[in-house]
Write a new protein. Structure first.
Length: 246
């Protein structure tokens, strides 16, 4: 009798854990998912050590909405068109596995080009206003001297973007965004592997969209201490960024 009781308890607990796991996977796949920012490609908007929540339903669902991107379908369901200026998490086209986060700059059919360091969309120069001079921004283990601008996209969305004071990207070929694809760039313009690099990232297919970044829920400056060093958290915890909307 005792043995049967223990077996029953074991299977009850297993059932509870299985249900909890299924619920967690559904929430992560269909509603919201946390992500960690490991690089400085989105500074000054996102810093290394930021932890963000990403809406999984903003653009509908594809196989990349689910853990391990199971090859269930090559369609996107309940698709909603992203907007210029959105902060988009996507799977890189190079391997369909690695998560990147960049800002959406070009929609299908748009023409993107840098001319003399200025960003043009469909042959119209993007309005920008300098807000910071000679600010140091990280690029891996290096510090870049940058100028930061408030840029305004054609739909009125504004954001901060930083450019090297010396050696910034001046001119590019014209990028024509194919149908069903998007052009995304990092806000840290001279320290970002993004759609400008056609061989490694390039144009992002709508199937590769994972979700839209919505809020920073926690931020820890890894230069001042790892999260596991909880005794140093008071020095590394960026409390001012907690629950900051994006």
């Amino acid at each position: 009798m005792k043995k049967n009781k223990y077996i029953s308890i074991f299977f009850d607990n297993l059932k509870t854990l299985t249900i909890a796991l299924i619920i967690a996977i559904l929430i992560r796949s269909l509603i919201i998912q946390p992500f960690y920012i490991p690089s400085s490609s989105m500074e000054p908007t996102l810093l290394v050590g930021d932890r963000i929540f990403v809406s999984k339903y903003s653009y509908g669902y594809s196989k990349h909405s689910f853990p391990f991107s199971p090859n269930l379908s090559n369609d996107r369901f309940f698709f909603k068109e992203p907007k210029q200026g959105d902060l988009v998490v996507f799977k890189t086209p190079a391997d369909n596995r690695t998560d990147y986060i960049k800002r959406l700059i070009g929609l299908p059919g748009d023409e993107i080009q840098f001319i003399n360091g200025e960003l043009f969309i469909n042959k119209k120069k993007i309005i920008r206003q300098k807000v910071k001079n000679s600010e140091s921004i990280r690029c891996g283990s290096f510090l870049l001297k940058t100028e930061t601008f408030l840029e305004t996209l054609p739909n009125g969305i504004q954001y901060l973007a930083s450019y090297n004071t010396v050696g910034t990207l001046q001119n590019t070929p014209k990028y024509k965004v194919p149908s069903g694809h998007y052009f995304l760039m990092g806000d840290n313009r001279d320290c970002s592997k993004d759609s400008r690099f056609l061989g490694t990232v390039g144009y992002v297919n709508k199937l590769n969209l994972v979700g839209e970044a919505k809020v920073i829920f926690f931020s820890n400056d890894t230069n001042k201490g790892r999260l596991l060093k909880f005794w140093n958290l008071k020095n590394s915890f960026r409390i001012e960024r907690t629950f900051q909307g994006l």
